[in-house]
Structures are given as structure tokens and as C-alpha cells.
Design a protein around this ligand. Structure first.
Ligand SMILES: NC(=O)c1ccc[n+]([C@@H]2O[C@H](COP(=O)([O-])OP(=O)(O)OC[C@H]3O[C@@H](n4cnc5c(N)ncnc54)[C@H](OP(=O)(O)O)[C@@H]3O)[C@@H](O)[C@H]2O)c1
Length: 308
């Protein structure tokens, strides 16, 4: 079948001919992929910096939305025709930038009816990341001040929305063009990160203490974010830039983990509009290299997706 992927580690993304999907194992489903997410994390996969379980030549892509077309003998929860989304790691066969995908049934969530294929495809990685930062790492509690640095991005926006749903008092950083959207997602204060003194502004709106917890989704931004955290607080970064611990602040570097139960829980607020994914750009499979370049540049104004 024709997929968008790489012939070898580090090779450019192109449309390549790869093997047809193999017979299903008992716990697997076959999906007809309708759309697949593209993130700058796919660039790490391309150059060999993130092992997602598939060796080249292979399709890239670690998230997708599609329709179940076949199910293995031990699969009871899913049947042909079901519309689903998934972050199916480690990959069982190839990545998601392909017409078909073999995925473990345990890692599927039902696609909400009113959500587009594109938005559904771009949801799993940022949503799981945001949930894991807030629930598993920071354990954010209702009422406490949470800083989200880099709230103008897709993952940053989900961090704001999920934290607000948990009752946290969210303080966000965003540029002027994202300010209104971040505010609508539930941030009480939105501070422009272009002002170098922005951590001082966070302190000013927290009675001088700083935020109890902070999530940094701005590349290279964690060293600034820690300046806005209260003594003894918590900082989680998702951009591999953890600063040294200081003032009793716990610092964590978080990497997304596949989790079917969490994805199914997240699909509920996604379906009723409490969570959303802005789609910034949509490409055909043949233009996957351009899609990846745009996702890596980070100026799409929303998620980048491939439609099949
Ligand atoms: N560790 C993991 O498992 C994991 C998972 C998901 C994402 N990530 C990483 O997290 C980062 C953010 O992801 P995303 O999905 O939110 O990306 P995105 O949608 O591409 O974010 C782009 C936005 O980030 C904001 N931004 C850029 N530079 C900034 C800075 N210096 N300070 C504050 N905001 C800045 C800008 O928003 P404005 O409009 O406000 O300027 C920009 O529009 C990426 O580097 C991604 O690779 C990691």
C-alpha cells in the first residue's frame, strides 16, 4: 500500500510503497484511516530520536481517527463500522500516515459523533499529554494557581481547558493573537510571554507567592516558568528542558504515554465541546513532508492533519 513515511532513519518523508497489513492478532483491530495527526514529535521519530516500535521502511504517524473494518478473535468491545481514535504505541505494524492501521483494541476510544475526523485525529497525543501532566504528574487540585506556559499551542490550550475543568485557577502565557482563545478556554489571567518579565507578572497576580504548580509547553521555556513557581511547588515540562531543582520545587519532564482508558475518558468532554482541537492545516497524504515541516515550524495556528 502507499503510505507517507521514510525509507530509512533520517530520510526525507515521501510517499512509499510498503507491505499490505498482515493478518490481525487476537487483540487487534484493522482501521481504515480517515485522518492522522502530524506533530513536531513525528520529526523526532523521523530522525531516530523517538522509538515508536516500527523500523523503516515504514509509515510515520502516531495518532489517527478512522473506522474499524475488522477485529481479532478476542476483541469484544469494537466491531466493523465503529468510528474511533487512537494513539497506538508501540506501533504493531506501521505508523498512522497510511490508508490502513493495525492497532491494539485496548488503545481505542470512540470518536464523538459531532467531532470532525481531522480534529479527532489530532486529539490523542496532546490530550493524553495534558491529562498526564495534570493528573499523574502535577496532581492539580481545585482552587490552586496553575501556570500554563505556552498556552497558545494545541497542547497548551488543552492544558488550560482541562485544568479549568478541574477547578484550578489558571494563569496562562500566550501571544497577542492567542490571548482571546486562551481566555475563553478558562484562563483567569493571560500574560504575554514576549514581555521578558512575565514571571514577575505571575507573582503579582498570586499575591507575590508564585503559582503552586506550572506546566510548560513552550520549547525552551521551563527555565523561565520556574521563576513563576512558588517555593516548594511543582513544575512539569513537556519540551525536554527541565531546569535544575531550586527552592524546593519538584521538576518533572513528561513524555506522553498511550492509555486507552484515559483516552476514552477524555473523549467525553471532547464530544460535548468542553475540550476542542483547532485544526490549523489539512493536507493530503502526498503532501506529508510539507505537513511535517509546518508542524515543526509551529505556526499553523492549530493542529496539522493529513486526510486520507
Ligand atoms: N513530551 C510530550 O510527550 C509532548 C506531547 C505533546 C507536545 N509536546 C511538545 O510541546 C510543545 C507544544 O506543543 P503544542 O502541541 O502546544 O505545539 P503548537 O500547537 O505547535 O504550539 C505553537 C504555539 O506555541 C506558542 N509558543 C511558541 N513559542 C513560545 C514561547 N517561547 N513561549 C510561549 N509560547 C510559545 C505560540 O503561541 P502564541 O500564539 O501564543 O504565540 C505558538 O503558536 C511542542 O514542542 C511539542 O513537541 C510534547
Amino acid at each position: 500500500m502507499q503510505v507517507a513515511g521514510i525509507r530509512r532513519a533520517g530520510a526525507p518523508v515521501e510517499v512509499i510503497e510498503t507491505r499490505e497489513p498482515r493478518p490481525l492478532a487476537r487483540d487487534e483491530v484493522l482501521l481504515e484511516v480517515m485522518a492522522a495527526g502530524v506533530g513536531n514529535w513525528d520529526e523526532f521519530v523521523r530522525v531516530g530520536g523517538w522509538d515508536v516500535g516500527a523500523a523503516p521502511p515504514t509509515a510515520l504517524g502516531v495518532e489517527a481517527a478512522g473506522t474499524v473494518t475488522a477485529a481479532g478473535g478476542a476483541v469484544s468491545d469494537w466491531a466493523p463500522g465503529d468510528a474511533v481514535l487512537t494513539h497506538p504505541l508501540p506501533l504493531r505494524d506501521q505508523g498512522t500516515w497510511a490508508p490502513t492501521l493495525i492497532a491494539p483494541a485496548a488503545l481505542l476510544a470512540r470518536k464523538p459523533r459531532d467531532v470532525s475526523w481531522e480534529a479527532a485525529a489530532a486529539f490523542p497525543v496532546p490530550a493524553l499529554t495534558a491529562e498526564q501532566v495534570l493528573s499523574d504528574t502535577l496532581r492539580v487540585r481545585a482552587g490552586e494557581h496553575l501556570l500554563v506556559h505556552g498556552a497558545g499551542g494545541v497542547t497548551g490550550g488543552l492544558l488550560v481547558a482541562l485544568a479549568a475543568l478541574r477547578g484550578a485557577q489558571v494563569i496562562a502565557t500566550a501571544g497577542p493573537s492567542s490571548r482571546q482563545r486562551v481566555s475563553a478556554l478558562g484562563a483567569r489571567h493571560v500574560i504575554d510571554y514576549h514581555d521578558q518579565d512575565w514571571p514577575e507578572h505571575v507573582r503579582a497576580v498570586t499575591d507575590g507567592h508564585g503559582a503552586a504548580a506550572a506546566a510548560s509547553a513552550a520549547p525552551g521555556g521551563a527555565a523561565s516558568a520556574i521563576r513563576a513557581v512558588a517555593d516548594g511547588g511543582r513544575l512539569a515540562t513537556i519540551t525536554s528542558d527541565p531546569p535544575a531543582e531550586q527552592r524546593g520545587i519538584t521538576v518533572s519532564s513528561v513524555y506522553v504515554r498511550p492509555d486507552g482508558r484515559q483516552l476514552r475518558d477524555l473523549a467525553t468532554p471532547f464530544g460535548d465541546g468542553r475540550l476542542e482541537i483547532p485544526v490549523g492545516a489539512s493536507y493530503r497524504l502526498a503532501d506529508a513532508a510539507r505537513a511535517l515541516a509546518q508542524a515543526t515550524a509551529g505556526h499553523a495556528g492549530g493542529a496539522v492533519v493529513l486526510t486520507l
